[in-house]
Design a protein around this ligand. Structure first.
Ligand code: F6R
Length: 608
């Protein structure tokens, strides 16, 4: 939902900002712009379109300066256009602002500002920030920002500069993320760490209601009431290589192929096979409370929600812990009875999803421990949760989540094993059996990824179809949902994920030879039941592609196979999801879709 970057230092700001914006583009990509300051002049370049369009424009009309701001947009207020592209300016063009989020009271602010004589040029909510700062400016940019934020409502992160208070960038956060990077005599302000990894790994994560002032004299922080605050920096262990494509056509494909390693890394320190124990030191201090929990409530959105559905089955089966899974966007508006014995598990790749954050904030003081499963250290979710299990996926750049999903289910498996042992319901022998098989999962994943031709051939064969059904039962049901989501979001083809047993209650009416079914049917406790559902589809002229480790028993029942290796039934999602990710990727690629940046989407959904 929009990416912000600011740079102050000895390098050419245009290059730093442009390269940074390329790495932020996954947050929004309908228009882009940057502003640099040279002496008293501000030079601005904005385009409708992607960063490559901004780059082309800058090549044709070069600008230069000493420090500056950049922005890539995912439109909320005002259609994507050059005029609505950030940076935005005040009446005199002396104050420049880039913004991520929504100023909810912008209409009333705008009305008031217009009455005071301000002239607006765009349809955006962002422009009010520039005018508010202008109205409060009397020489100090930070003082004007401190005044401006008092009247702003909503969720926002913004950065601003002005040659009237030169050599300074001021950033404010109330909602969406903002981090400060500290390099050699240089500072960065950005929506996340990815664009600054080429320059530094030392970062300060800003919290809500905080203001950062980057200047040649150093770095300062204030809260929204204007009180100075001290912040500590963190050294990240992410490397710039992690955000390169490294020979793959797309980030999504690279990230699909990283999954075996991601799972390996997640498991590496955690499994203690001799004792049938899982080591999760992050949870030790809260062990007594965790093992006494009455139920777990998993809260998440999108792909993370699908991982949560798998986690539910793991927690019920391995830890005998009653578990509910809730869409954060629905949960936050319900009158839900939560007690202090309830464990809340919030799952989010980014840790910045507005609905997930709002849902957990609504539970403060009512629930038991809040455990975050998150991929981004220092994110809002991590900072607000009492306990955190950081997933070991490294930065995920492709907008469609792939490796973070595998990292989430690996972490949920460890959590279920840990809780099962802590609560006493899981026998050591059963834990060891699953742990042994878990260790083999990365290798089995590699077997699938090294034999991708069959998936690709099928994807080519079916790329002209307009509708797909994805079916699964029990632990394969969330995988069916996830497979359908992947196809929808990157290829724009209609796909429905459905529970196999629900077919006869309606969706079976859709079946004909134009709507192929991908049936996720590993050999598990519902194999026979799924087979009946497949037969019901075949009886209605449907085409069935089966993902299975049991080809022999399906030989005369389906049209095509996507074979997967056998594993423990609880672990099959690690394997079944891979052909579905590759299937979606290959179709989208074949159709010429923008795989890494699908239309209308953004990686981190920081608005409601
Ligand atoms: C789908 C996808 C989204 C996210 C959802 C939640 O590929 O990426 O559905 O899963 O927006 O995001 P996080 O996990 O960051 O809370």
């Amino acid at each position: 939902m929009c990416g912000i970057i600011g740079y102050l230092g000895p390098k050419s700001p245009v290059n730093v900002l442009l390269e940074g914006l390329k790495k932020l583009e996954y947050r929004g990509y309908d228009s882009a712009g940057l502003a640099v300051v040279k002496g008293k002049e501000i030079y601005l370049c904005r385009v409708k379109g992607k960063i490559k369009d901004l780059e082309a424009n800058l090549r044709a009309n070069p600008i230069d300066g000493h420090y500056g701001l950049g922005h890539t947009r995912w439109a909320t207020h005002g259609r994507p256009s050059e005029i609505n592209a950030h940076p935005h300016r005040d009446c005199e063009g002396n104050i420049v602002v880039v913004h991520n989020g929504i100023i909810e009271n912008y209409l009333s602010l705008k009305e008031r500002l217009i009455k005071n004589g301000h002239v607006f040029k765009t349809e955006t909510d962002t422009e009010v920030i520039a005018h508010l700062i202008e109205e409060n400016f009397s020489g100090s940019l930070e003082e004007a920002v401190i005044c401006a934020v008092q009247s702003m409502e909503g969720s926002f992160a913004f950065a601003c500069l002005s040659p009237l208070d030169p050599e300074k960038i001021v950033g404010a956060r109330s909602g969406p993320p903002l981090i400060v990077g500290i390099g050699e005599e240089e500072y960065f302000l950005a929506s996340d760490v990815i664009p600054i990894l080429d320059h530094t790994r030392r970062v300060v994560f800003m919290a809500d209601q905080e203001i950062a002032i980057l200047s040649r004299d150093g770095l300062k922080f204030f809260d929204f009431s204007g009180q100075p605050i001290s912040k500590v920096s963190t050294e990240l262990n992410w490397s710039p290589l992690m955000v390169e494509k490294r020979g793959f056509k797309h980030f999504m494909l690279k990230e699909i192929y990283e999954q075996p390693q991601v799972v390996r890394e997640t498991l590496s320190e955690a499994l203690s096979l001799d004792f049938g124990e899982v080591n999760l030191p992050e949870l030790e201090a809260a062990k007594d409370r965790l093992k006494e929990c009455r139920q777990a409530v998993i809260i998440a959105c999108g792909t993370s929600y699908h991982a949560g559905l798998i986690g539910q089955i793991m927690l019920e089966s391995l830890a005998a812990l009653p578990t509910r899974v809730e869409y954060a966007s629905e949960f936050r508006y319900r009158d839900i009875l939560i007690s202090p014995e309830d464990l809340i598990i919030a799952i989010s790749q980014s840790g910045e999803t507005a609905d997930t954050l709002a849902a957990i904030r609504g539970l403060k003081g009512k629930s038991g421990p809040l455990l975050a499963i998150c991929n981004v250290p220092g994110s809002s979710l991590v900072r607000e949760a009492e306990l955190t299990l950081l997933t070991q996926a490294g930065p995920e750049v492709g907008v469609a989540a792939t490796k973070t999903f595998s990292a989430q289910i690996a972490t949920l498996t460890l959590l279920a094993l840990w809780l099962g042992r802590a609560r006493g319901g899981l026998e050591k022998e059963k834990a060891i059996e699953i742990m042994l098989e878990l260790q083999r999962i990365p290798h089995r994943m590699e077997q699938i990824l090294n034999n991708k031709e069959r998936v690709e051939n099928l994807a080519y064969r079916f790329s002209s179809y307009s509708h797909f059904l994805y079916l699964g039962r029990w632990i394969s049901y969330p995988v069916a949902l996830e497979g359908a989501l992947k196809l929808k979001e990157i290829s724009y083809i209609h796909a429905e994920g459905y529970a196999g047993g629900e077919m006869k209650h309606g969706p079976i009416a859709l079946i004909d030879e134009k709507m192929p079914t991908l049936a996720v049917i590993p050999k598990d406790r519902v194999f026979e039941k799924m087979l009946s559902n497949i037969n019901e589809i075949k009886a209605r002229d449907g085409i069935v592609i089966a993902l299975t480790d049991n080809q022999a028993e399906l030989e005369n029942h389906v049209d095509y196979f996507l074979p997967i290796p056998s594993t423990h039934p609880l672990l099959s999602p690690f394997l079944t999801v891979l052909p579905l990710q590759l299937f979606a990727y290959t179709i989208a690629y074949r159709l010429g879709a923008d795989v890494d940046q699908p239309r209308n989407l953004a990686k981190s959904v920081t608005v409601e």
